[in-house]
Design a protein around this ligand. Sequence first.
Ligand code: PLP
Length: 495
Amino acid sequence: MEVLYKSTRGGQEGIPASSAIIQGIAEDGGLFVPNAIPQLQEPLETLQSLSYQELAYEIMKYFFTDFTEKELRDCIEGAYDPKFDTPSIAPVVSTAKGSFLELFHGPTLAFKDMALSILPYLLKTAVHKQQLDKEIVILTATSGDTGKAALEGFADVEGTKIIVFFPEDGVSPVQKQQMVTQKGDNTYVIGIQGNFDDAQSGVKAIFTDPSFQEQLAQKGYMFSSANSINIGRLVPQIVYYFYGYFQMVKENKIALGDPLHVAVPTGNFGNILAAYYAKTMGLPIEKLLCASNDNKVLYDFFETGVYDQDREFFVTISPSMDILISSNLERLLYHMSGEEPVQVKEWMQQLNQQGKYQITKEMQEKLKTFYGGYTTQEQTREGIKEVFEQTGYLMDPHTAVAYQVYHQYQSEHQGGIPTLIVSTASPYKFTKSVMESLDPKYSQWDDFVLIEKMHQLSKVAIPETIKDLEQAPILHKTVCQKEKMKEEVAHILGI
Ligand SMILES: *Cc1c(COP(=O)(O)O)cnc(C)c1O
């Protein structure tokens, strides 16, 4: 059955998947959603023994119906290959303190790889299908994780170029080193003298400059975005919930068909929304535990029904969750409101103009599938230490947030339904915060020395990408003023 996409705000409908992927965001500012979330047609048994790649095809085929089987399988083969450091791609690791779905085995050691390794292939195929005959230029502003994952994904993908802007002094040493050593003839990495918001505003301004777009088109280029609201990022994330569920069955934690909770460390609401889609398709997920750090706008939302972004912003040790506007929540609102674009549009306008909106009691009731929880920085550190000392398993700070919220939920609820804790980054990516949580003395240590120490303590192999990082040649040295971003882009593209 053909699945077409429409905007959550009602401005566009009947859009094939390939166009929605190219467009990224709808013309009216809404997000693309399928006209109905597809229902699984086959029994779960038939999927449970599939490899990650085979399963990825069986799930994504429901959403990307205008891709041929060969096209979709080629995208999957290109993405989930040995650049992941384990053939299982997304393994479940069970410890005495919980089962963890590890989504950090890709090239940049964070869960963004699960989607950004396939997006370039989907995009390229989509452009080809639409016969656009243009070279795609991906333009991204990053606070750390997304930029590197996008660079890895697009590096040397024919017919694309990627330009990433990052705040010179606003990313971790490892994150910066990861980006400025990026290989690939089509990759461009530029530090800006400014913060992340400056980078983001600069990119938006370039995107929405019509005369620049025109010049670009004349040169045979078109802009696209690797932003997390792209449906081409959301759909690939559904796959690992199925895969994780089946591994829990294999490990005899549950029987096939039994309910399972998932606990997800949440920022932009993309990862947990994928879990909701998996549940809606027919995977027996019971509760979705939405875990926040001190930036607990989502926790408050689930508690009160009011989404209020007007609050203090905290910089935490789980920086990828330091977000006050969780863009993907708009999709959930759409589905939960009974697919009412007028209502969604009104809420989003209120958010834009007054910084907040309130949903109805009836909707709040429906949202009970979700459990909102949050954990402080101190608790996050304690979680890392506790789990390590009792089991030898070392969590990164984002995963630790989910772990603590899972704990809260367990202490409040009886019933013993097993939970899958989603692990979104390797501890090696946040070496300092993790080691400091084990012992404050490490705060004085050099980042790269700490990596060795972490290895000695945890016995987890140092990922290849980290090993090479310190010695890797710096390939990107450009730094520009925040006002000069457009000139840099023009220069790269020869405009
Ligand atoms: C992006 C990110 C998250 C948050 O995921 P969302 O889909 O934005 O909710 C959590 N942990 C890590 C390590 C991330 O990079």
